[in-house]
Ligand binder design. Structure first.
Ligand SMILES: C[S@@+](CC[C@H](N)C(=O)[O-])C[C@H]1O[C@@H](n2cnc3c(N)ncnc32)[C@H](O)[C@@H]1O
Length: 366
């Protein structure tokens, strides 16, 4: 089975799986299905991506926010996290349990999955719209108690941890599975980044950039210079400033005063295409988050990064999709980054909307 991942630990690339010799052993019954979760609506895009990179598995069941795949004769590594772009969590599915109460469902789970030695337990919802019906924290508390784990165990697993997964499908039905945490995303329940925007942050773009940095191990260094195309109201610029960068925000719309007043920030109040390309010389990072068609975003980026004297170390771009069918174009979009001399990695981050985040580091000198 091909093993690919778009995630990093810290260096920007995930290496082969080196399981610690003292790692908690995986269950004897490993399960014959993979289960991947995604943003509701992205299921078809996820399946098309699976057909491209994992043709040896076959789609089994799907419903909003979840797709399962029959593994056939393949048995991927415990920490398998294929680069499905639209997947947030990828786990080994062991089946579903149902019951009228948590104790009934937990009893059904214990008979479905006799394995009891888990390092952590992840509980999350298939569909965030169900969050008001079932409190995942109380389900996790019941499971921690049933599996003799401390009540205060952090929900963020450590790399190497063997994790029991409980995906709340409906109020009375759970999917049960497991995975070995390895990448930043697979350490989080359901691969979901912190969802609430801290009160002092200017916009949700702060969260999206924060998640992209964590997911791909983006190595932002104090003193570097970044420019953002589509900067208003300023959450992403705020995140870059917090990392110690000097930032220029380009947008015809005004940036929030909390960002505008920062000593290391400057706004160029115009459209990206009205900025002379030589003005982009000396920037280390080109960030783009414009609410325009992906082709126009790519056109803007291409004009900048192929200009003489413009040599950023990386691009962080949001490609917004008016509808999910545009995901078909993703391979071609990523080829454009390669054509400019960058190595792109893409992910539909959990804090993002109908869009894909591309982090592309320079792969060759131009
Ligand atoms: C989703 S918002 C950006 C959010 C922002 N990144 C943040 O951190 O808060 C999209 C922005 O793109 C800007 N925009 C759209 N077309 C643009 C263009 N051609 N040049 C510069 N900005 C553009 C819009 O004015 C809008 O403020």
């Amino acid at each position: 089975m091909q093993r690919t991942s778009s995630e990093s630990h810290s260096s920007g690339r995930e290496g082969p799986s080196h399981q610690h010799p003292q790692a908690t052993p995986a269950p004897a019954v490993r399960g014959t299905f993979l289960l991947a979760t995604c943003q509701g609506g992205a299921e078809a895009s996820l399946v098309r991506r699976q057909e491209m990179i994992l043709p040896e598995v076959a789609k089994a069941a799907w419903r909003r926010g979840v797709v399962t795949f029959r593994l056939g004769s393949s048995d991927p590594p415990d920490d398998f996290f294929p680069d499905l772009v639209f997947a947030r969590a990828v786990i080994r599915s062991l089946g579903q349990v149902s019951g009228a109460s948590d104790p009934e469902r937990i009893a059904a789970m214990r008979s479905l999955v006799p394995h009891t030695a888990w390092d952590n337990i992840h509980v999350w919802h298939r569909d965030r719209r169900l969050e008001s019906d079932v409190d995942s924290q109380s389900v996790r508390a019941a499971l921690l108690s049933a599996y003799d784990k401390p009540a205060g165990l952090s929900a963020t697993a450590r790399p190497g941890d063997l994790v029991l997964d409980c995906l709340i499908d409906t109020a009375d039905r759970w999917w049960v599975g497991w995975h070995r945490a390895a990448t930043p995303t697979s350490c989080l329940p359901g691969g979901m980044h912190q969802k609430d925007l801290p009160a002092d942050k200017v916009s949700r773009a702060w969260l999206k950039l924060d998640e992209a940095i964590a997911t791909f191990g983006v190595d932002l260094r104090p003193g570097q210079r970044a420019v953002e195309l589509g900067a208003s109201p300023g959450g992403a610029c705020q995140r870059l400033l917090e990392a110690g960068l000097t930032v220029v925000g380009i947008d015809p719309a005004l940036v929030d005063e909390r960002v505008a007043a920062h000593a290391s920030f400057e706004q160029w109040r115009m459209r990206a295409r009205d900025v002379k390309v030589k003005s982009f010389r000396g920037f280390d990072w080109i960030v783009a988050d414009m609410n325009i068609d992906p082709r126009s975003t790519l056109e803007s980026l291409g004009r900048i990064v192929t200009a003489a004297g413009v040599k950023p170390v990386g691009i962080i771009a949001t490609l917004k999709m008016p509808d999910w069918s545009r995901a078909e174009e993703l391979p071609g979009w990523l080829d454009q980054f390669r054509g400019w001399g960058f190595a792109p990695r893409a992910r539909q981050v959990s804090t993002g909307g109908r869009e894909v985040c591309v982090v592309a580091l320079r792969s060759r000198r131009t």
